[in-house]
Design a protein. Structure first.
Length: 512
């Protein structure tokens, strides 16, 4: 072997090896920082998920306390034995869930995914509402005991107990509101902590990169200048490398073409779903044949495929209207919307008129399909049936805005009329029905939260109050004119702000 070649190889490899080691050390340090950062962020995200669960359950406590009070009042006022039995069952279920959740929030519950770690502030706040909670529980249990002992017969002994429950419900509700706000405040503090942590990690990473530039890349530039001659001798290798690069470019070109074809196929699939959604929306000619009613609907998805649902079906003199909102939007939400429409139409065609069976059947269909899809999607859904001046409302969604002749507004909260579809396997205990009488000139307006939660440039929401006021002052017009005025006012309110949610609106008027 040529001794000069050996010397040249040693001179060439020595600085290269040193630079490689420095480079690997720097990359390893950055990689370690990234891993540590991800682990810390994952831990905080896990804690935030736990906080979200706590806030949801704490918020539900407010609803359950109100439900317990309303059920107790309904039981006292109810004269039908069968309905009294149902009210007792509602009281028992609400009391059990309310009490177990109250205990879980304070001492933890593995089944609910709650730990027993509360801040000192939250612990004190729970201590303040504990007497009210205990008195309400004791009074409810006494009421149940008397009811069972008297075979559910009407008894004036109930009234003092119900008054006690009412006296303490407001204090419990106010205290629970403060606890929810405190949970939210503490969760926000954790978010701020992770922002600070991310900032410090960023500073350390920048320092490492600067050090790498000083101690790695700068020496590399010097070494490259020293070995220009060796590079000149590598022209033949460079030529071979150029050939390889040319082949690589060709491969990249082919891959880009394949990606374009895949994107085209995906866009085609999205367009198909969007067209399917538009095809199954009620057509104006369908609505026009319904005698005695002036109906118009509108839907505008935020993306190509929306998650809002509404439909109007007419059979045997009964108009069935469904309106709902799938969580999120996109392909999955669009598919779920189509599933819901198909389920509602099928039940309508087989003439299923029991509201509990109607909604539980839809829930079973959606729940099982969502499980098969391994998705976490669900939707709110309200079903309304109108026939000869009588309107029945079932299911949980946004408020139903009843408008009387002359523009008088009545807002109906549907929170206690149902449960989110597809979220749980069994929801029949949550379903209830409300009956409203509509006279000529009366009607109602349905909407999704994309309308009321749309924001202007100041981040202020459009809101239900503004919507109701606009409907009231324009109620003398036709349904289509009212819809046009609402949409125009909404778009003017939003201005140039981006619309992040689907917009759906349905207006129905009983003709005079």
């Amino acid at each position: 072997m040529n001794p000069f070649l050996v010397v040249e190889m040693k001179i060439y490899l020595s600085p290269t090896r040193r630079l490689t080691i420095l480079y690997l050390v720097a990359l390893s340090t950055i990689g370690l920082l990234s891993v540590v950062g991800n682990l810390l962020v994952d831990k905080v995200i896990s804690n935030l998920a736990h906080d979200s669960r706590i806030i949801n359950i704490a918020g539900r406590q407010r609803m359950l306390s109100q439900k317990l009070t309303k059920a107790a009042l309904a039981f006292y006022l109810e004269t039908n034995l069968k309905m009294r039995q149902q009210r007792i069952k509602e009281i028992q279920e609400a009391l059990h869930l309310w009490s177990s959740s109250h205990e879980a929030l304070q001492f933890g519950n593995l089944e609910l995914g709650l730990s027993n770690i509360n801040s000192e502030t939250v612990t004190k706040m729970f201590a303040e509402i504990e007497p009210h909670h205990q008195i309400m529980v004791e009074s409810t249990e006494k009421l149940l005991a008397i009811a069972i002992a008297d075979d559910l017969e009407h008894n004036e002994k109930y009234l003092p107990l119900i008054k006690i429950i009412l006296q303490h419900e407001d204090s419990f509700l106010k205290g629970m509101n403060q606890i929810v706000f405190q949970y939210d405040k503490e969760s926000l503090e954790k978010v701020n902590n992770i922002k600070s942590l991310e900032f410090y990690l960023l500073i350390v990473t920048i320092i490492i990169l600067v050090l790498q530039g000083v101690f790695t890349f700068h020496p590399a530039i010097i070494s490259i200048n020293n070995y220009i001659q060796e590079i000149q001798q590598a022209k033949n290798e460079s030529h071979n490398l150029a050939i390889q690069l040319s082949e690589a470019n060709e491969n990249i070109k082919n891959l880009n073409q394949e990606l374009e074809e895949d994107n085209f196929r995906l866009n085609s699939e999205l367009n198909i779903v969007r067209k399917m959604q538009n095809l199954i929306l009620p057509k104006s000619e369908e609505l026009n044949v319904i005698e005695g009613l002036d109906i118009v609907g509108f839907m505008n998805p935020a993306n190509e495929v929306g998650g809002d649902y509404y439909d109007v079906l007419y059979l045997d003199g009964i108009v069935t209207i469904g309106i709902g909102d799938v969580t999120g939007h996109g392909l999955e939400s669009g598919i779920l919307m189509i599933m819901t429409q198909a389920a509602v139409r099928t039940l309508k065609e087989i003439r299923e008129r029991d509201s509990v069976k109607f909604l539980t059947t839809i829930n079973q269909t959606i729940y099982k399909n969502v499980q098969r899809m391994e998705s976490e999607k669900n939707l709110t859904l309200t079903i309304l049936n109108y026939c000869e001046g009588t309107l029945t409302i079932s299911g949980q969604h946004e408020e139903v805005i009843i408008v009387r002749n002359g523009g008088i507004i009545e807002r109906i909260d549907t929170i206690n009329l149902g449960f989110p579809i597809g979220l749980d396997n069994k929801i029949d205990n949550f379903i209830d029905t409300m009956v409203v009488t509509l006279k000529p000139g009366d009607g109602f307006v349905l909407y999704t939260d994309g309308i009321t939660e749309a924001k202007n440039i100041n981040k202020d929401q459009y809101g239900v109050e503004r919507l109701c006021k606009l409907i009231s002052v324009n109620w003398q017009y036709s349904a289509s004119k009212i819809q046009e005025k609402v949409i125009n006012d909404l778009m003017k309110y939003i201005g140039q702000q981006k619309v992040f949610d689907d917009l759906s609106l349905l207006v129905l008027k009983v003709e005079i």
